[in-house]
Design a protein around this ligand. Structure first.
Ligand code: BT5
Length: 261
C-alpha cells in the first residue's frame, strides 16, 4: 500500500516519522488538532483516503473524492512566538510549490497566501491552524490538500473553472507516496532552516520567485474590505505589499487575493 511506502521513506525523518492513516475521516485537520491538544509529538502526520468534512479557510469546504488525492495534516511545535505564524505559512507555500514542481516537473506557483497553482489553476491548498498561549506557539497544524490523480472530467462543475490536478495538467498518474514524500521532505528542509534563520532573505526571494501574483493587478479582501493595486511581493517581514494607483503601498499579513484580468 502507498502509505507503507511513504512510512518507510520517512522513518528516519521528523515529518512523517509517525503516520496515522484513516480510510475515511471527517477532517485530518480536526483530528490532528485534537491529537495535538492531547500531546502528540512534532512531526506526526495524519493521512486520509477520504474526508467527509474537509475544511478550507474561513469556514469554506475542501472538496475531494476518496482514493485519488492527498489529504494530510502535519503537527509542528516551533519554539517561537505566535507573531511569526504567518511566516511559517509562507514557508509551507514555498515547500509545497517546490515539492509539486519536483514531483511533476510542472511549473508550480504560489497564490498568496496559501494556494498552489499550476497553469493558472488551483492544484493544492494549505490550511494552517494555530494554538498559542502567551508568548509561545503550542502547536501549528499544517493541513495540505493536493489534487493528485483527480480526472479532469470528475472535478465538480463548481470547481471546473478554477481547480486542476497534477494528472489533469501532466496527462499521467502520480504516486501519492512520492508526492507526499516530496512535500514532507521540502517542508522538513524549509522548517529546519526557518528555526535557524527565521524569515531569511533567501526564503523571501524564493517566495517572490515562486509567486504567481507578483506585479499583477489584484484585489485583496481582508475582513470584508477590498483593496486594489499592483502586487509588489513580500517585504522583509513577510507581509504582502500592494501599491495602489496613487503609489501608496499597503502591507497585508492575512486576506484573500483575486486577480483582475
Ligand atoms: C484552502 O482553503 O485552500 C485550504 C485547503 C486545505 C485542505 C486540506 S485537506 C487535508 C486537511 N484537512 C482538512 O480538513 N483541510 C486540510 P481556501 O483557501 O479557503 O480554499 C477553499 C476554496 O477552494 C473553496 O471554497 C473552493 O472554492 C475551492 N476548492 C475546494 N476544494 C478544492 C479542490 N479540491 N481543489 C481546488 N480548489 C478547491
Amino acid at each position: 500500500m502507498w502509505v507503507e511506502e511513504l512510512r518507510s521513506a520517512r522513518q528516519r525523518k521528523l515529518i512523517g516519522k509517525e503516520i496515522l492513516f484513516f480510510p475515511e475521516v471527517d477532517s485530518t485537520n480536526r483530528q490532528a488538532y485534537d491529537r495535538a491538544l492531547g500531546g502528540a509529538r512534532e512531526g506526526l502526520v495524519l493521512l486520509a483516503e477520504g474526508q467527509s468534512r474537509g475544511k478550507g479557510r474561513l469556514g469554506r469546504v475542501w472538496e475531494s473524492p476518496p482514493g485519488v488525492n492527498l489529504h494530510a495534516s502535519i503537527i509542528l511545535r516551533p519554539p517561537v512566538s505566535p507573531a511569526v505564524a504567518p511566516q511559517i505559512m509562507l514557508l509551507a507555500g514555498v515547500a509545497g510549490a517546490n515539492a509539486l514542481a519536483r514531483a511533476s516537473g510542472l511549473d508550480s506557483r504560489i497564490k498568496w497566501p496559501n494556494d498552489i497553482y499550476i497553469h493558472g489553476k488551483k492544484v493544492a491548498g494549505i490550511l494552517s491552524e494555530i494554538k498559542a498561549e502567551g508568548p509561545r506557539i503550542q502547536f501549528i497544524i499544517l493541513g495540505v490538500g493536493v489534487n493528485v490523480n483527480w480526472r479532469k472530467e470528475e472535478i465538480p462543475a463548481d470547481l471546473q473553472e478554477m481547480a486542476t490536478s497534477l494528472r489533469a495538467e501532466a496527462g499521467r498518474e502520480f504516486s501519492r507516496a512520492l508526492v507526499a514524500g516530496e512535500i514532507f521532505e521540502e517542508l522538513e528542509r524549509e522548517y529546519a532552516l526557518f528555526l535557524q534563520e527565521g524569515f531569511s532573505p533567501r526564503l523571501r526571494e524564493e517566495w517572490n520567485r515562486l509567486s504567481w501574483i507578483n506585479r499583477k493587478w489584484a484585489t485583496i479582501t481582508m475582513m470584508e474590505r477590498k483593496f486594489e493595486g499592483q502586487v509588489q511581493g513580500l517585504d522583509a517581514d513577510g507581509a504582502l505589499l500592494l501599491m495602489d494607483r496613487e503609489g501608496n503601498t499597503q502591507r497585508f499579513i492575512a486576506g484573500d487575493v483575486s486577480l483582475r484580468i
